[in-house]
Design a protein around this ligand. Structure first.
Ligand SMILES: NC(=O)c1ccc[n+]([C@@H]2O[C@H](COP(=O)([O-])OP(=O)(O)OC[C@H]3O[C@@H](n4cnc5c(N)ncnc54)[C@H](O)[C@@H]3O)[C@@H](O)[C@H]2O)c1
Length: 393
């Protein structure tokens, strides 16, 4: 079969835009033609474009006219508007996590600690509906960039569930490290919440996905989340928190520790932790306790490699693993971190969907269920863990 070409635009020129661009180099089923980049930080966009030999555009609209797909690698607050602008032009939108959210009432003094969380749930559900409506009308699609779904360990677990007819009884998982780098992340008005949404969305979506796989394999229909009980805390903002310089602690009005307990419609359960208070590198894993097997998906770190380095300086120009505090002593270097994380597999799948119409595993529906679950969880956390029903899409 002849390879089709896809013209691409990247929106945003920061951290996510960088790994998206790197992964595009690994797409093999489609010719990817990166047309250019647009970001509101024009200096950053110009430098990003120059380094990669692409053009920096002055507006979103100008770039949209030239491409088949845009990568939405901006802060979550503008995911909805950019995705809808693309869909209205019949273009595809690869949208980074979280799909959308609630970013306050627009006032300068909006405070994520004090507003009624039901507002966040109502507004984020309305945002999802607008996005799904735009997608329905469009020839384009929302491709939800949830790399956990494409991580090789999660895909292997999918195969085990499908081929053995497993019933998942309980999942528990976590995404955690010592604090996100983005300055905007500290503010609810840009991020739409704290660690529960920013990091919790990853293991949560993987858990939602695997119950969906189980249901489809058994009855041709996903098993949806029904209710959630949650807690959210701001540990680094406690008066008594003692800062030793290892954990980011300049958050303005967001949570840095969260727990969601999810009950699915068949009564089975998942417990999802997310935190910004963990030392020793990124800690991303999902454990599946099924009726016929048990699996631990180690996304990061994993033990593909184990190295002992007696002197920190030896490894000065060697990348070991994301967010590790030191390279001295024993470590688990990731020989191909992007691969274990699912980034290149996700891009390959998305470009096949765009070029050849292949179905995707990470679509707007699972993204919508993730957002609905998380904002229901914020409502629960406000009530110190009372159970809240989840609306699904
Ligand atoms: N899947 C993952 O593992 C992963 C990792 C990191 C970040 N992310 C997600 O990627 C997104 C971006 O995060 P980041 O860390 O790259 O942030 P960043 O701060 O590094 O970069 C954001 C970029 O967006 C640009 N921008 C802001 N508003 C814009 C607008 N209205 N139009 C065009 N450009 C605009 C900025 O100029 C900047 O270039 C977030 O949704 C984040 O949650 C995902």
């Amino acid at each position: 079969m002849e390879k089709k070409s896809v013209r691409t635009g990247i929106i945003g020129a920061g951290f996510a835009a960088t790994f998206h661009f790197e992964c595009l180099k690994k797409v093999y089923g489609t010719h990817v033609d990166v047309e250019g980049v647009f970001a509101t930080d024009t200096e950053q966009a110009t430098a990003f474009a120059k380094k990669r030999g692409i053009r920096a555009y002055n507006s979103l609209e100008e770039l949209l006219d030239k491409v088949d797909v845009v990568h939405v690698c901006t802060p979550p607050v503008v995911h909805e508007s950019i995705a809808i602008a693309a869909l209205e032009r019949d273009k595809f939108a690869i949208v980074e996590k979280p799909l959308t959210g609630y970013f306050g009432d627009g006032s300068n003094d909006f405070n994520g600690d004090t507003f009624a969380k039901q507002d966040a749930l109502d507004h984020s559900l309305a945002s999802i509906k607008r996005m799904l409506k735009a997608e329905k009308k469009s020839k384009g699609k929302i491709l939800y960039a949830e790399n956990w779904i494409y991580a090789p360990s999660i895909q292997k677990e999918r195969e085990i569930i499908e081929k053995t007819g497993a019933q998942i009884l309980w999942m528990h998982g976590e995404e955690a490290h010592s604090g996100s780098h983005a300055t905007t992340y500290a503010y609810w008005k840009f991020s739409g919440g704290g660690v529960m949404i920013g990091k919790g969305c990853h293991p949560l979506t993987a858990a939602l996905y695997l119950k969906r796989v189980e249901g489809k394999a058994k009855n041709g229909k996903p098993i949806s989340p029904r209710a959630v009980s949650a807690r959210a805390h701001a540990i680094t903002r406690l008066k008594g928190f003692e800062d030793k310089g290892h954990i980011r602690c300049d958050y303005h009005d967001i949570d840095d520790f969260s727990l969601m307990h999810i009950v699915f419609e068949d009564g089975t359960i998942a417990d999802i932790f997310a935190s910004d208070i963990i030392l020793g590198g990124i800690h991303n894993w999902l454990e599946v306790a099924a009726n016929n097997h048990r699996t631990l998906c180690n996304i990061n770190p994993n033990s593909a490699m184990k190295t002992y380095n007696p002197v920190e300086e030896y490894f000065n120009d060697i990348y070991v693993v994301e967010k590790t505090g030191t390279k001295q002593g024993w470590s688990n270097p990731s020989p191909d971190e992007d691969w274990f994380t699912g980034y290149p597999q996700e891009m390959e799948a998305f470009y096949r969907a765009i070029a050849y119409g292949e179905p995707v595993e990470s679509d707007s529906n699972i993204a919508a269920d993730c957002i609905s679950t998380i904002y229901s969880a914020y409502v629960s956390a406000e009530k110190a863990g009372a159970e809240v029903a989840i609306k699904t899409f």
